[in-house]
Design a protein around this ligand. Structure first.
Ligand code: MRU
Length: 365
C-alpha cells in the first residue's frame, strides 16, 4: 500500500540479507519510524513489544528472524533455540508457530552450509504468499460490499475492530482488503473504526491506513458499535483473526466477541477475514483451548498521545494503585460468525468446511 504516495510495506528484507526493516508501529500515527533488525534477539523483542503486530505479520517477521539466525549460526541447536524464542514471543496468534514450524522443517532438511540461502528463500516465500493470500481475500470479500451497494444508494458502512489492515500483514491486510478493493472499484464505502482499547490499534493504525488510502472512515469508542447497529448504521462487520479452531471459533482482539453479539442481535452480517495460516485444526473449543495473551496492566491504566506542542506523552487514567487486568484477545463462538473470508473463497465457520480447507492447505502442520 502507499504512504504519502510511496509504496511501502511494514516489513522488508534488506537487499544484502544482513537485516530486515520494519515499521515500528508503536510510533504511529504520529511518526513513521522504520527500524533495522539484525539478529534473532532483535526480532524477538520487536514481536514481543509489538513494534510489529498482527497475526500474519508476526509470522512473516519470525520467519526472517530465523533467516538472520541461519546467517549467524545455522547449527541444529542454535536454530532450535531461536525457533523456541521466536515461537514464545506472543502466545495467541497461531501464524507465529505456523511460520516457525514451516521454516524449521525446510531448514532441518538441508545441510547447515545451505541453510542461510534456504532460510531467506523460505522467508521470502512466506512473505510473498501472504501478499497473494490477502489479495485473494479482497477479491472474495468484495461481493459482500457490492451486494449492499446494489441494494440501495449511499455508502456501504463497514465496521471493523483492531487493525487487520496492511500494517498487520505484509500487504493489503485481511479485513481491509475487500474495503480497499471496493474503494478502488469506485463503490462508496465508509468504515466505522473501533478505537480498540487498550492499545488503540483502530484509532492509531487503522485510521492512519485508511486516511493514507483516502477511504472515508470514522473512529468510534469501542462501546458505540451496538448503538450504531441498532440504528441501522452498520451494513456489515468484517474483522481479522488470530486463531480459528477446527469448528470455527474465532479468536481475535479483545472486544470482538461483543461486536459479534451485537451484530447477531441486530441482524448485521459478521464476517471474519481468515488466511488459512490462521486456522488451527488442533483446537476445537476456542473458549476453553485458545491461549489468551495477558498483557501489562499498564496498557489499561495509561494512555499515550500527542500533546498540543507535538510531543508524545503518556498519561495515567486511574487513581494511584488501581488494579487492572488486560486480556488481549477473546473468542467469538462459530455460531455468531456469518462466514470466513479465506483466500479460497467464503466458507462457513463449521467443522466440515474447515476440514476441507485444512486438507487442501495442510494448515497447522
Ligand atoms: O495484538 P495485535 O495488535 O497483534 O492484535 C491484532 C489483531 O487482533 C488482528 O485483528 C489480527 O491479528 C488479524 S491481523 C490481519
Amino acid at each position: 500500500m502507499q504512504v504519502d504516495g510511496v509504496a511501502m510495506r511494514p516489513l522488508r528484507a534488506r537487499p544484502g540479507r544482513d537485516a530486515i526493516e520494519v515499521i515500528d508501529q508503536r510510533a504511529l500515527p504520529h511518526r513513521l519510524v522504520v527500524e533495522r533488525l539484525r539478529s534473532v534477539a532483535e526480532v524477538e523483542r520487536a514481536i514481543r513489544e509489538m513494534w510489529v503486530r498482527g497475526a500474519p505479520l508476526i509470522g512473516a517477521t519470525a520467519a526472517y528472524g530465523l533467516a538472520l539466525q541461519a546467517g549467524a549460526d545455522a547449527g541444529d541447536s542454535a536454530l532450535g533455540e531461536a525457533a523456541r524464542r521466536l515461537g514464545a514471543a506472543r502466545p495467541t496468534a497461531v501464524n507465529l508457530g505456523w511460520a516457525v514450524r514451516r521454516m524449521m522443517s525446510r531448514l532441518l532438511a538441508v545441510p547447515p552450509a545451505q541453510r542461510r540461502d534456504a532460510a531467506w528463500q523460505e522467508a521470502d516465500a512466506i512473505a510473498d504468499e501472504d501478499v497473494a493470500v490477502n489479495a485473494a481475500i479482497g477479491r472474495h470479500g468484495l461481493p459482500l460490499i457490492e451486494a449492499v451497494a446494489a441494494r440501495r444508494p449511499g455508502p456501504v458502512h463497514v465496521l471493523t475492530h483492531c487493525n487487520a489492515g496492511w500494517l498487520a500483514t505484509v500487504d493489503w491486510g485481511t479485513a481491509t482488503s475487500p474495503i480497499y478493493r471496493a474503494h478502488a472499484a469506485g463503490i462508496p464505502v465508509h468504515v466505522w473504526v473501533d478505537e480498540t482499547r487498550p492499545r488503540n490499534q483502530g484509532a492509531s493504525l487503522t485510521a492512519w491506513e485508511l486516511a493514507q488510502a483516502g477511504v472515508p472512515h470514522t473512529v468510534i469508542a469501542d462501546n458505540a458499535g451496538g448503538h450504531l447497529m441498532q440504528h441501522g448504521r452498520v451494513d456489515l462487520v468484517i474483522v481479522g483473526c488470530d486463531r480459528v479452531t477446527a469448528r470455527g471459533d474465532v479468536c481475535n482482539k479483545i472486544g470482538t466477541y461483543l461486536k459479534a453479539l451485537a451484530a447477531r442481535d441486530n441482524g448485521v452480517p459478521f464476517f471474519v477475514a481468515m488466511p488459512t495460516s490462521t486456522l488451527d485444526p488442533t483446537l476445537h473449543d476456542g473458549v476453553a483451548e485458545v491461549p489468551i495473551e495477558e498483557r501489562s496492566p499498564r496498557e489499561v491504566t495509561h494512555l499515550a498521545g500527542r500533546a498540543a506542542d507535538g510531543a508524545v506523552v503518556e498519561v495515567q487514567l486511574v487513581p494511584d494503585g488501581t488494579a487492572a487486568a488486560n486480556p488481549a484477545f477473546d473468542v467469538t463462538p462459530a455460531r455468531l460468525v456469518s462466514g470466513l473470508i479465506t483466500e479460497h473463497g467464503i466458507v462457513a465457520a463449521s467443522a466440515s468446511a474447515l476440514l476441507a480447507i485444512a486438507a487442501r492447505d495442510g494448515a497447522g502442520t
